[in-house]
Ligand binder design. Structure first.
Ligand code: YK8
Length: 177
């Protein structure tokens, strides 16, 4: 695995959770910047285990000359029952990218951990694992890994940038006119 974000924000943990996981304007704008389209959110539902899960479907735009121009994605998010309002949220996202070359070999597991630091301060950690459904041979494996990590690097660098902007916009004192 690889850790992508480990950052403290001047936002309450509930606010950050809302930005990232509540169909917020922030997320709508971010997905539009990333040129994601046809976004469909299924509602959260509670499982036997006490965890909650939901599915999100969307189409992504790819710029890799070896891949098709678009690919459909299914993201299954699990909000673990250990999560507690005002304290912490643990969310796993299993991401299946259909239609990309070698899509039947791998899927992505992203873990988001949001923890309270103070009333209006929280930490976000995001880590990613590349999971194989079947063992690719060496050349294919190298090919998948290069494209996988470079794609995710780009995505999370962008997310970090937009989150920093949102933090500033939300905490900057509003000027009187
Ligand atoms: C989610 C992992 C791999 C995939 C991509 C595959 C190219 C393969 C082609 C080679 C395009 C939002 C990624 C980055 C697409 C985007 C996925 C996102 C960022 C073999 C020629 C989508 C998190 C996420 C998980 C996996 C990412 C894909 O919330 O390189």
């Amino acid at each position: 695995g690889k850790q992508y974000i480990n950052e403290v924000y001047k936002l309450s943990v509930d606010k950050l959770h809302e930005l990232l996981f509540a169909e917020s304007q922030f997320m709508r704008d971010f997905l539009e910047l990333r040129r994601f389209s046809d976004v469909v959110y299924r509602p959260w539902k509670r499982e036997e285990s006490g965890n909650q899960t939901r599915e999100i479907m969307y189409t992504i735009t790819l710029s890799n000359p070896l891949a098709p121009k678009t690919a459909t994605v299914t993201e299954t998010q699990t909000l673990y029952k250990a999560s507690q309002e005002r304290e912490c949220y643990i969310i796993d996202a299993e991401v299946i990218t259909h239609d990309v070359p070698y899509h039947d070999y791998f899927y992505t597991l992203n873990r988001y951990m949001l923890t309270r630091v103070a009333k209006n301060k929280c930490r976000l950690r995001v880590s990613t694992e590349l999971c194989y459904r079947k063992q690719p041979w060496g050349l294919v494996k190298g090919f998948i890994e290069r494209n996988f990590w470079s794609g995710l690097d780009e995505y999370f660098r962008h997310l970090e940038l937009e989150l920093a902007k949102a933090e500033t916009a939300l905490t900057e004192p509003h000027r009187q006119s």
